[in-house]
Write a protein that binds this ligand. Sequence first.
Ligand code: FAD
Ligand code: MLT
Ligand code: ZN
Length: 507
Amino acid sequence: MICGSVASCRLTEDELAARAVAAIVGAMTQDAILERLSAALGPKGVTADNETLAPWLTDWRGRITGSAIALVSPKNREEVQSVVRIAGEAGVPIVPQGGNTGMVAGGVPRPHDQAILLSLRKMDAIRSVDPGDNSITVEAGTILSRVHATAAEHDRRFPLSLGAKDSATVGGLIATNAGGTQVLRFGSMRALTLGIEAVLPDGSLFEGLSTLRKDNRGYDLRQLLAGAEGTLGVITAASLRLVPAAPHRCVAWLGLETAPNALATLRRLEAALGDAVESFELVPEAALALVLQHIADTRAPLEKAHRWNVLVELRAASDPEGLRTRFETALGEILSTGLIADAAIAESEAQADALWKLRETIAEAERIDGMAAKHDVSVPVSAMPDFVEDATKAVEQRFAGARVVAFGHLGDGNVHFNVRAPAGADDKAWFAETGGAVNRFVHDLTHAAGGSLSAEHGIGQLKLAEFARLADPARLAALRAIKQALDPGNIMNPGKLIPLDNSAENP
Ligand code: FAD
Ligand code: MLT
Ligand code: ZN
């Protein structure tokens, strides 16, 4: 529950717990906690300065502003252990944070938390690269684009990318089990994470850094920590899977009129080009228009506007000419069937980058344009094209004037089904009044289609109530039991991912 004054709100179990925490913090004074943190990390590792803290307390979408008694920036895993032990003794919540690019406000405290915000950004060492093993081991604060660059120096690549690649960290990517634009071929972060080192809620170090491809020693703690959104521990380092470099790419922009045609096009391209097809991203006319309006140095890639667009990327280790020829032939055949109406293939790396910019800046363009009810839904891949078309009609019928912008990872059965206020409406007022109903409507449609309300962004704070509403009881009970077993004091990122009861309201 988020509201201006906690006193005026009905308290959830979580908030009652937070109040208990506040009472304990009262017992060990805030000053005493800060002193202990400074003694453990040195004065440069701890700040309670409001101006320094402020940018890290609000999430990327600007939806939640949390409260913290301090921002701590450990330099190594031992310092992380000290912070976790101090927080445990004081009963203060810890919120792990990487680049703060998350979409569900998981990396910022709740408004009443008075948390310790634990930034991993100083822990960004590349510990090792082993080309023979196709693996890289890095600290959790390492930024994704640096992992890409380091792998490339060794003639390898790390095959996961997303629009926030220059800010998102490995710890945050693992903690959210991020997806991105190459899941089609390589899977999400879980599939690419070989080993994890983490500080658990009791301050112990889980030394799970390993590059083993096979390891059947029971429950997989690595896979529990991945996607746990910082609720089970602080990831301090990870070993990641690399794949051979594939320096040759063909990037194309397609224009077409229906979402089912887009999926049919993907299947034809796969039949012709196999797993050279690495990315297949759906961009509706409205999303492209937002990018062209708000993002500098962008221009329409095709002569005419189309209801739908697709960005396709193919990759190959060798024979770029052969790849290009086969791509042109396949596209020619697909054009002749009428599945696509137009296509432009990038003639240079600069043109390929320009096409990717149109896709990767959609989130930023939407943010500049105003508030949206964002949904990160998945349904079976084969059902997604009809889902997009039918759900769009249903939303537009139910909420007069609402504008749907559904874009993203069609080949993974995952789109960001965002709903914007009617043209000319006060978006904040519309969102405050209608946003909750829109969320429930879209999630009900997703649920009915056998889908998930979180395909790749996680639950965080923003999806908590909807998760509680729609998840099956056995799933919730298992999540709560695991959380209770590993973090009985509920100090690790409380109020995120795990609904303590079903009464939380959507912020
Ligand atoms: P933060 O935002 O700082 O944290 C995210 C969560 O992870 C929080 O719950 C936090 O507590 C936890 N966490 C962070 N570090 C640690 C750690 N070391 N140990 C334990 N827990 C930790 N996501 C996709 O999946 N696919 C996309 O295509 C995609 N595109 C994006 C494009 C843009 C422009 C933006 C802004 C975001 C996008 N995202 C996408 C969101 C994505 O979740 C984040 O980019 C990324 O996964 C989070 O990394 P971060 O370091 O910023 O984590
Ligand atoms: C994307 O695919 O661009 C991201 O997941 C960001 C978003 O959903 O806005
Ligand atoms: Zn996405």
